[in-house]
Ligand binder design. Structure first.
Ligand code: HEC
Length: 489
């Protein structure tokens, strides 16, 4: 009897212990010790006063009162915002919660969001105020403020900042500082030596001008900034060339904040005195932001797709990748098929969001041997299910530079593994673009010919002129083959 009692006591005790140990581990999940570190490391860089996110997440109350909303956005992986994935390569500054962090947040919410002991809170991370990369070599600002309304559609606007440089410069980094962080979402940087941007600016009665993109002669891309972005130096030995007398162009995307605001952005340039030890270039597929790809998206099509590919003529090292499309963009992918047949993923964006146009830097250079085939796919969604579709009902959309038009491409930033092979690499990329131009031209000719039922005599003559490499007035087998390749047949 005694022993039975003893047994029961032991059982009761251990059940009690067991139960209390469950309780203990549940109450153990508390804000101060477990949740604050997750929030501080993943959310507070944007969710703090005077930053872009609409509210702060810097203390218990901030998080607790939005519990359900926060759970929704982290389970959907809508927050922290991050769109770039690769099975094979790691991106710098990757933002994202692990499954176990999400699990811990869920447990905390389910158990009533205990605060815990505030003295156990970690310190708020120290965010560098002011210039993140130290004092720049040149600081410039927009000449005039741009005033945006309190409420309404997002605004895209380009601003011209004359730099008045009397010599070419090598840029190691550009740091962008919005005047009003609550309204500026992202900004892409260009230089312009053609004067075209100035003319557009002068022709427009208010500050800046409207057309998007910088695909003209005499212009070049210099990267960009998006909310939460950390300015970075280019890898060792690389620099952007900034031609003398360039104007600097900011192509900025604004979210109205509910309050009228006037934006004056400031930009800091970090120059290098040393000539870069090697040059880098960009492989954009399809080239010219898709201008040559015949982008012509029927209304209602949820999966309009364009593909392009390029075979590397020399060994290459990739250091960054980015994608571009407008509102109808849906997904992008770039893969590398290595000479041994292995396929690696350079970039996958499965949920394109126009708001997050970032350049993604690889943690380490990605080595791609000569003979590697790079494939890019851009998919657009012109159905009414695309919540970003500006047209309801959807309408046909073509390639163009206005935000209501579409563009689409994936761009890989690369150096040849052997710097002496730079010209060979660049020539191959230019040839690829040129073939695209020719193909686009032939396509137009063919469309016209199809309309009349046949190729006109003049068009045939044009084709012969273009592909008759040996100049004998007719197309040999080889030349016909080249023409067919250019036709994409
Ligand atoms: C890189 C900046 C950035 C980071 C990091 C970030 N956010 Fe956000 N967050 C934003 C911006 C900007 C918005 C408002 C616009 C939007 O929805 O894109 C926002 C909106 C939200 C919203 C409101 C969504 C809605 O539709 O009402 C919630 C909730 C949120 N964030 C939670 C979080 C949490 C939790 C984290 C960390 C796990 C986090 N965010 C990390 C920038 C960020």
């Amino acid at each position: 009897m005694k022993s039975v009692l003893y047994l029961i006591t032991v059982i009761c005790l251990s059940i009690g212990l067991f139960a209390s140990s469950i309780q203990a581990s549940d109450t153990e999940v508390n804000f101060s010790e477990h949740i604050a570190p997750i929030v501080f490391n993943n959310c507070t860089s944007c969710h703090r006063p005077n930053e872009a996110a609409p509210f702060s997440l810097i203390n218990y109350r901030d998080v607790q009162k939005r519990g359900e909303l926060i759970m929704t956005v982290i389970e959907d992986r809508y927050m922290p915002p991050w769109h770039a994935y690769s099975k094979n390569y790691v991106f710098q500054d990757h933002r994202g919660l692990s499954q176990s962090e999400i699990g811990l947040m869920a447990k905390w919410m389910d158990n009533g969001m205990a605060e815990g002991d505030p003295s156990k809170m970690p310190e708020m991370p120290k965010f560098t105020e002011g210039w993140q990369l130290g004092e720049p070599d040149l600081v410039v600002s927009m000449k005039e403020g741009f005033t945006l309304y309190a409420e309404g559609a997002d605004i895209y606007r380009n601003f011209v900042i004359p730099l008045n440089l009397d010599e070419d410069k090598w840029i190691k980094a550009i740091e962008f500082r919005p005047g009003k962080r609550t309204v500026v979402h992202h900004s892409l940087f260009y230089f312009d030596t053609s004067g075209d941007a100035r003319r557009r600016d002068e022709a427009d009665p208010i500050t800046g001008y409207k057309t998007m993109g910088g695909t003209n002669q005499g212009t070049g891309s210099l990267g960009g900034w998006a909310v939460g972005g950390i300015p970075k130096l280019l890898p060792e030995g690389l620099a952007f060339r900034l031609p003398k007398e360039s104007d600097f162009i900011l192509s900025t995307h604004f979210h109205p904040s509910g309050k009228e605001e006037t934006e004056v952005s400031t930009v800091g340039f970090y120059f290098s005195d040393e000539t870069p030890t090697q040059r880098f270039t960009r492989l954009q597929l399809p080239p010219a932001f898709g201008a040559l790809a015949g982008v012509n998206i029927p209304p209602g099509d949820p999966n309009y797709t364009k593909k392009d590919l390029f075979e590397l003529p020399v060994d290459v090292k990739a250091f960054a990748v980015n994608a571009h499309a407008h509102y109808l963009g849906k997904s992008m992918k770039m893969t590398a098929t290595l000479p041994d047949g292995e396929v690696t993923e350079l970039l996958t964006i499965s949920d394109w969001d126009f708001s997050w146009q970032e350049q993604y830097r690889y943690e380490d250079y990605v080595f791609l041997p000569a003979g590697t085939r790079i494939d890019a796919t851009v998919v657009w969604d012109n159905s009414e299910d695309n919540i970003h579709n500006p047209n309801n009902p959807p309408i046909r959309v073509h390639w163009g530079r206005e935000s209501g038009d579409e563009m689409g491409s994936v761009t890989l930033s690369i150096v040849p593994a052997n710097p002496d092979e730079f010209d060979q690499l660049r020539t191959a990329i230019r040839t690829h673009t040129h073939v695209g131009q020719t193909r686009a031209k032939i396509q137009r000719t063919r469309n016209n010919a199809n309309r009349t039922g046949n190729l006109g005599e003049g068009q045939i003559q044009q084709l012969i002129k273009k592909f008759d490499k040996d100049g004998d007035g007719k197309l040999s087998r080889e030349e016909r083959k080249a023409a067919r390749t250019a036709f994409g047949r």
